[in-house]
Design a protein around this ligand. Structure first.
Ligand code: 5GP
Ligand code: ZN
Length: 141
Protein backbone atom coordinates (compact mmCIF):
# COMPACT_ATOMS: atom_id res chain seq x y z
CA UNK A 1 0.00 0.00 0.00
CA UNK A 2 1.10 3.52 -0.76
CA UNK A 3 0.40 6.47 1.50
CA UNK A 4 -1.28 9.39 -0.21
CA UNK A 5 0.95 12.27 0.83
CA UNK A 6 4.22 10.39 1.31
CA UNK A 7 7.11 11.69 -0.78
CA UNK A 8 9.08 8.43 -0.59
CA UNK A 9 6.01 6.46 -1.73
CA UNK A 10 5.89 8.74 -4.75
CA UNK A 11 9.63 8.36 -5.41
CA UNK A 12 9.59 4.58 -4.85
CA UNK A 13 6.61 4.28 -7.20
CA UNK A 14 8.28 6.39 -9.89
CA UNK A 15 5.73 9.25 -9.72
CA UNK A 16 8.52 11.62 -8.73
CA UNK A 17 11.77 11.18 -10.64
CA UNK A 18 14.92 10.23 -8.78
CA UNK A 19 18.47 9.13 -9.44
CA UNK A 20 17.64 5.44 -9.32
CA UNK A 21 20.50 2.98 -8.86
CA UNK A 22 18.38 -0.14 -8.69
CA UNK A 23 14.76 -1.23 -8.82
CA UNK A 24 12.86 -4.47 -8.40
CA UNK A 25 9.30 -5.36 -7.45
CA UNK A 26 9.87 -4.55 -3.75
CA UNK A 27 12.51 -1.82 -3.63
CA UNK A 28 13.87 1.26 -5.29
CA UNK A 29 17.38 2.41 -4.42
CA UNK A 30 18.06 6.11 -5.02
CA UNK A 31 20.80 8.63 -4.48
CA UNK A 32 20.22 10.86 -1.45
CA UNK A 33 19.65 14.50 -2.52
CA UNK A 34 21.86 15.74 0.30
CA UNK A 35 24.61 13.14 0.43
CA UNK A 36 26.90 12.72 3.41
CA UNK A 37 29.50 11.37 1.00
CA UNK A 38 29.81 10.46 -2.68
CA UNK A 39 27.42 7.61 -3.49
CA UNK A 40 25.15 8.04 -0.43
CA UNK A 41 22.11 5.95 -1.31
CA UNK A 42 18.71 5.18 0.21
CA UNK A 43 16.93 1.85 0.04
CA UNK A 44 13.19 2.53 -0.20
CA UNK A 45 10.65 -0.28 0.14
CA UNK A 46 7.79 0.29 -2.30
CA UNK A 47 5.23 -0.68 0.36
CA UNK A 48 4.71 2.15 2.80
CA UNK A 49 5.88 1.53 6.36
CA UNK A 50 6.60 4.53 8.51
CA UNK A 51 9.52 3.04 10.37
CA UNK A 52 11.22 -0.16 11.55
CA UNK A 53 8.37 -0.91 13.97
CA UNK A 54 5.88 -1.05 11.10
CA UNK A 55 8.13 -2.81 8.61
CA UNK A 56 7.22 -6.45 7.89
CA UNK A 57 9.99 -8.80 9.05
CA UNK A 58 10.38 -10.25 5.58
CA UNK A 59 11.05 -6.80 4.18
CA UNK A 60 13.48 -6.04 6.99
CA UNK A 61 15.47 -9.16 6.12
CA UNK A 62 15.45 -8.34 2.40
CA UNK A 63 16.68 -4.79 3.11
CA UNK A 64 19.76 -6.16 4.85
CA UNK A 65 20.55 -8.58 2.03
CA UNK A 66 20.21 -5.76 -0.51
CA UNK A 67 22.41 -3.50 1.61
CA UNK A 68 25.07 -6.20 1.77
CA UNK A 69 25.08 -6.57 -2.02
CA UNK A 70 25.18 -2.81 -2.51
CA UNK A 71 28.12 -2.61 -0.14
CA UNK A 72 30.15 -4.85 -2.45
CA UNK A 73 29.17 -2.79 -5.52
CA UNK A 74 30.17 0.42 -3.78
CA UNK A 75 33.47 -0.97 -2.56
CA UNK A 76 34.34 -2.26 -6.03
CA UNK A 77 33.13 0.69 -8.13
CA UNK A 78 33.67 3.69 -5.86
CA UNK A 79 36.78 2.37 -4.20
CA UNK A 80 35.46 3.64 -0.87
CA UNK A 81 37.43 2.95 2.30
CA UNK A 82 34.43 2.06 4.47
CA UNK A 83 30.65 2.11 4.60
CA UNK A 84 27.92 3.00 7.09
CA UNK A 85 24.42 1.58 7.24
CA UNK A 86 22.17 4.01 9.10
CA UNK A 87 18.46 3.78 9.70
CA UNK A 88 16.64 6.42 11.74
CA UNK A 89 13.32 5.90 13.54
CA UNK A 90 11.43 8.82 15.04
CA UNK A 91 12.27 12.48 15.28
CA UNK A 92 14.42 11.93 18.36
CA UNK A 93 16.60 9.62 16.28
CA UNK A 94 16.86 12.04 13.38
CA UNK A 95 14.17 10.66 11.09
CA UNK A 96 12.93 13.43 8.81
CA UNK A 97 10.94 11.42 6.24
CA UNK A 98 8.23 9.17 7.66
CA UNK A 99 8.71 6.27 5.22
CA UNK A 100 11.22 3.60 6.25
CA UNK A 101 14.57 3.97 4.50
CA UNK A 102 18.04 2.56 4.97
CA UNK A 103 20.98 4.87 4.36
CA UNK A 104 23.91 3.21 2.63
CA UNK A 105 26.83 5.60 2.95
CA UNK A 106 30.19 4.91 1.34
CA UNK A 107 33.00 6.43 3.41
CA UNK A 108 36.36 7.79 2.38
CA UNK A 109 39.43 8.42 4.50
CA UNK A 110 39.31 12.14 3.78
CA UNK A 111 35.55 12.71 3.68
CA UNK A 112 35.54 14.84 6.85
CA UNK A 113 32.11 13.59 7.85
CA UNK A 114 31.00 13.02 11.41
CA UNK A 115 28.52 10.19 11.81
CA UNK A 116 28.36 8.93 15.34
CA UNK A 117 27.73 9.80 18.96
CA UNK A 118 29.43 11.16 22.03
CA UNK A 119 30.16 8.25 24.40
CA UNK A 120 28.80 8.88 27.90
CA UNK A 121 30.66 7.86 31.01
CA UNK A 122 28.40 5.27 32.63
CA UNK A 123 28.84 3.70 36.06
CA UNK A 124 28.80 -0.12 36.22
CA UNK A 125 25.53 -0.14 38.21
CA UNK A 126 23.79 1.76 35.43
CA UNK A 127 25.11 -0.72 32.85
CA UNK A 128 23.77 -3.51 35.06
CA UNK A 129 20.38 -1.77 35.48
CA UNK A 130 19.89 -1.26 31.77
CA UNK A 131 21.03 -4.81 31.05
CA UNK A 132 18.30 -6.05 33.42
CA UNK A 133 15.76 -3.77 31.77
CA UNK A 134 16.27 -4.84 28.19
CA UNK A 135 17.58 -8.40 28.29
CA UNK A 136 15.21 -10.75 26.51
CA UNK A 137 14.69 -14.39 25.78
CA UNK A 138 13.78 -16.11 22.54
CA UNK A 139 10.15 -16.44 23.62
CA UNK A 140 9.84 -12.68 24.10
CA UNK A 141 10.87 -11.69 20.57
P1 5GP B 1 16.30 10.64 7.59
O1 5GP B 1 16.86 11.86 8.27
O2 5GP B 1 14.79 10.64 7.60
O3 5GP B 1 16.90 9.35 8.04
O4 5GP B 1 16.78 10.79 6.07
C1 5GP B 1 16.06 11.40 5.08
C2 5GP B 1 17.02 11.57 3.91
O5 5GP B 1 16.26 11.75 2.74
C3 5GP B 1 17.97 12.75 4.04
O6 5GP B 1 19.30 12.29 3.95
C4 5GP B 1 17.59 13.64 2.86
O7 5GP B 1 18.72 14.22 2.25
C5 5GP B 1 16.90 12.69 1.93
N1 5GP B 1 15.84 13.27 1.13
C6 5GP B 1 14.81 14.04 1.60
N2 5GP B 1 13.97 14.35 0.58
C7 5GP B 1 14.49 13.75 -0.53
C8 5GP B 1 14.07 13.71 -1.90
O8 5GP B 1 13.05 14.28 -2.29
N3 5GP B 1 14.84 12.98 -2.75
C9 5GP B 1 15.97 12.32 -2.34
N4 5GP B 1 16.66 11.63 -3.27
N5 5GP B 1 16.40 12.36 -1.07
C10 5GP B 1 15.67 13.06 -0.18
ZN1 ZN C 1 5.49 6.12 2.02
Amino acid sequence: MKKEDCIFCKIAGGEIPSKTLYEDDRFRVILDLGPAARGHALILPKEHAENLYELPEETAAAVMVLAKRMAAVMRDRLNCDGLNLIQNNGEAAGQTVAHFHMHVIPRYKEDNQKIGWVPRETPPEELEAVKEQISFTKTEV
